[in-house]
Structures are given as C-alpha cells and as structure tokens.
Design a binder for this molecule. Structure first.
Ligand SMILES: NC(=O)c1ccc[n+]([C@@H]2O[C@H](COP(=O)([O-])OP(=O)(O)OC[C@H]3O[C@@H](n4cnc5c(N)ncnc54)[C@H](OP(=O)(O)O)[C@@H]3O)[C@@H](O)[C@H]2O)c1
Length: 243
C-alpha cells in the first residue's frame, strides 16, 4: 500500500487525499484546524487516514508531528505540500510577522519537512524511492499582483526550493510542483472579484478539481521528470499583466 503525507487538506488537499484513498493509498494529514474535511476523510476511509495537528509556522516543533505520522504510516512514498495562507498585505505596512506568517508554512516548513522525510523515503526499494509534490501559484516569478507581497515572496521561495531539492535529491527522489490558477474562491474576496479573475484566463473557467487530482496522480507516478513547475491555470500565465 502506497503511503503519502499531505499538508493542508481542507479544500484542494481534501480532494487529492480523497482520490488517493480511493486508489487504496494510506494518507497521513498535517492539519492546523480540525475541519469537516478531515472528519469526512476519517469517517469514509477509517484507518487509512491518520491526521495529526501541527502549525507549520512553528518551525521549532515540526519534528514531533512528522515523526508521529511516519511512525503510524510505517514509512512514506510521497509528500504533498499544499498548506498555505493567502492573506492580503498592503505594501508599506508589511510587518515582519506578515512575512513569517507566509514564508514559514509555505516555504521554510516545506524544506524542513522534506529533510525529515527523505531518510525514510531512502529506505524504499527501487530506483525511485520517493516523490515530492508542492503547490505553487501561476503568478509567482512571472506576474505577481499587488497587495500580496508576503504571499508571493513565500511562493517564490517555494518555487526555488523545487529546483534546489530536485538537484539535492536526484536520482532517488523526484521533486515537482503544480502552479495553480483560480480553482476555489478564497473566503476573503467577493464573488464579483473572483469572477473577474476567471474572465482574465484565456479559457474563461476555473481550474477543475478533476484536472488537479489527475495531474497530481501523474506526478506521483512519473519517473522521468524532476525540478518541474507546471502551470495548471486555465492558461492565465500567457495573458501577462493582472491590472
Ligand atoms: N484556491 C485556489 O484557487 C488556488 C489558486 C492558486 C494556488 N493555490 C494553492 O493551492 C494550495 C491549496 O489551496 P486551497 O485553496 O485548498 O487552500 P486553502 O483552502 O486556503 O487551504 C490551505 C490549507 O493550508 C493550511 N494552512 C495554512 N497555514 C497553515 C499553517 N501555518 N500550518 C498548517 N497548515 C496551514 C490551512 O489550514 P487551516 O484549515 O487551519 O486554515 C488549509 O488547510 C495552496 O498551496 C494554494 O496556495 C490555490
């Protein structure tokens, strides 16, 4: 039975977890807030779901929850990192805590969790001993929009870490990312604004959950791709300027 650890399983992560569980994977989840999503996964998939609470901002206390998941799962094949705040920050008033509130869970915890999981991956058989998949954002490093500086700084570090880790971990562990466009409306923005974002994509539609789960599964099985960041964004990245 394949084993995955997923950080952040409230919305998109929930659908990916569900898909893996249906394919008979065992899934360990790192959650910050116990949500209906976690409750549903536990109730539908029983002992194949192991959920552990951790705040990924707290970099000094990541080892215990990850150890507990690795022990309960008895190893790990794949790590999926979705945990990410998405909080607007006004340039000029961005505080140190705004910056750390984003970069810790998005990028720094990712790097540390990877370092912690890789020795367990290296115990696996086969030329490919593990796969890592992170979730970035189409606008990172190309067209970051205004008002989300702390978020984009953190996603930029995450995108860089994909390349850094792909080099460090080859040939045993593959490291890739999906850079998403609009999928699910963030709670803090209006429906009207959200629809305007969708209209800026050439395809004029949200990225589908089905596409995300399919591409994720592909990247959890692929054997000849590493260090790649794939835009899955209804074509948004080819349209340039945001405003
Ligand atoms: N939704 C979109 O349209 C979209 C677009 C572009 C990129 N993405 C990327 O896709 C991924 C999933 O997006 P989503 O919309 O499903 O995100 P979401 O609903 O906002 O959920 C993000 C998850 O991250 C967790 N999280 C945030 N800060 C954390 C921390 N300090 N420690 C532990 N967990 C933390 C949240 O936990 P809580 O439940 O405690 O808040 C939640 O489970 C993210 O990486 C996001 O940046 C999404």
């Amino acid at each position: 039975m394949k084993k995955a650890i997923i950080t952040g399983a409230r919305r998109i992560g929930f659908w990916i977890a569900k898909r893996l569980l249906r394919e008979n994977w065992q899934v360990g989840i790192i959650y910050r807030t116990y949500s209906d999503s976690i409750r549903e996964l536990e109730s539908d998939f029983g002992r194949n779901v192991i959920a552990v609470k951790a705040d990924l901002s707290d970099l000094d206390n990541l080892k215990a929850p990850i150890d507990s998941l690795l022990d309960s799962l008895g190893g790990i094949d794949c790590l999926l990192h979705l945990a990410s705040p998405y909080i607007p920050t006004k340039f000029g008033n961005v505080s140190k805590s705004d910056l750390f509130e984003h970069i810790n869970p998005i990028a720094l915890s990712f790097f540390l969790v990877v370092q912690h999981c890789v020795p367990y991956m290296l115990k696996n058989q086969g030329p490919i001993k593990g796969r890592i998949l992170a979730f970035g954002d189409w606008a990172t490093n190309t067209t970051p929009y205004r008002g989300y500086g702390a978020y984009f700084l953190a996603k930029g570090a995450l995108h860089t870490s994909i390349k850094v880790l792909a080099r460090e971990l080859a040939p045993d562990v593959l490291v890739n990312a999906i850079a998403l466009g609009p999928v699910l409306k963030p709670e803090h923005i209006s429906q009207e604004l959200w629809e305007s974002y969708i209209l800026k994509t050439p395809l004029k539609r949200e990225v589908s959950i089905e596409d995300i789960t399919e591409l994720s599964l592909f990247l959890l099985k692929v054997s000849s791709m590493t260090g790649e960041i794939i835009n899955l964004d209804s074509g948004r990245h080819v349209c340039g300027e945001c405003e």
